[in-house]
Write a protein that binds this ligand. Structure first.
Ligand SMILES: Nc1ncnc2c1ncn2[C@@H]1O[C@H](COP(=O)(O)OP(=O)(O)O)[C@@H](O)[C@H]1O
Ligand SMILES: CC(=O)N[C@@H](CCC(=O)OP(=O)(O)O)C(=O)O
Length: 288
């Protein structure tokens, strides 16, 4: 049997080019927020899963926090309920909270876990209730507006994540928190990912979404953004809806010690590896 030498050399070249990045990130925690919009079909989920398993196999510690907004919306629709969002947060009554917990903690979480395990990873799915990971309290928008069972993070106990990392598992976290009375809270996945990255003092946080990055009004990618720019772009309506919590909590993470935050297109094949293994990265980099 003959070997295609030039193809093998290409593979070897690519692998050696990745070496400095592998060395730089080995042993480091990298939080990956996997948005519901970037997991709309099996091809997307499998490409994501391969990237995460590869990260783990070369010695990084990926921690996945996933969303599932569109999946929750589709199920609510089946029940005849409309989704309503204010400042990127789902208005969450009791019935909606049940659907959120079922979808995030159940179907979506297990689909991500299964895809990672299918690619040879050892993933363990959790909600914020498990191991006391995410304690939440009611979030009041602008300090006063009540939008139901939406939670902001009160306290994070990261011990269960540390145990899983130490055991070689990939933690896959659904952003459902618990309150003082054990009640469930719907936490926006961007908020949960940003706050968890800060507590873990992660090297990086990567938000995978369905846009090429943060776009300006002419649809150009804004490759780098600072705090003042972000607030200006929210104020003039360039950044709206689901992108608002993403940029706010990316900034919050960077201001809390996470080395870098990136918002990238999760629909591109191997987007996580492209971000990790190239100097310029892809998408938008958020600075402190
Ligand atoms: N300036 C912007 N650049 C890119 N996307 C934006 C911007 N402002 C708002 N968006 C919207 O934010 C969406 C991503 O947020 P969201 O729907 O919550 O996704 P995810 O499921 O990834 O969290 C984009 O699909 C786009 O419609
Ligand atoms: C309070 C709030 O908005 N919670 C979100 C949680 C899921 C999420 O954030 O999903 P994506 O990352 O796919 O948008 C929701 O109910 O849709």
């Amino acid at each position: 049997m003959s070997i295609d030498l030039s193809n093998a050399q290409n593979i070897a070249r690519v692998l050696t080019e990745a070496l400095p990045y592998i060395r730089r990130f080995a042993g480091k925690t990298i939080v990956v927020k996997y948005g519901g919009n970037a997991m709309k079909d099996d091809t997307m989920i499998n490409s994501f899963a391969r990237d995460i398993v590869l990260m783990k196999l070369v010695g990084m510690n990926p921690v996945v926090v996933h969303g599932g907004g569109p999946q929750i919306g589709a199920h609510l629709e089946k029940l005849g309920k409309k989704s309503e969002f204010i400042q990127g947060m789902r208005v969450t009554d009791e019935e909606t909270m049940d659907v959120v917990e079922m979808m995030l903690g159940g179907l979506v979480n297990k689909a991500v876990v299964a895809a990672l395990n299918q690619q040879g990873g050892r993933a363990v799915g959790l909600t914020g209730k498990d191991g006391g990971l995410l304690r939440a309290r009611k979030m009041l928008l602008d300090g006063h507006q009540d939008i139901g069972q939406v939670g902001e993070i009160d306290k994070i106990d990261p011990r269960v994540v540390a145990h899983l990392e130490a055991g070689g598992f990939i933690p896959v976290i659904a952003p459902v928190g618990y309150g003082e009375q054990g009640e469930a809270y719907n936490i926006n996945a961007d908020v949960a990912a940003g706050k968890l990255a800060a507590v873990l003092q992660a090297e990086k946080i990567i938000f995978l979404t369905n846009a090429p990055g943060v776009l300006d009004k002419q649809n150009n990618i804004l490759t780098g953004l600072t705090v003042t720019q972000v607030e200006g772009l929210i104020a003039d309506g360039t950044i709206y809806g689901g992108m608002v919590p993403k940029v706010r909590y990316a900034l919050d993470a960077v201001n809390s010690g996470v080395k870098s935050a990136h918002i990238i297109d999760g629909r591109i094949e191997h987007s996580v590896l492209l971000e990790l293994f190239t100097d310029r990265g892809i998408g938008t980099l958020i600075h402190g």
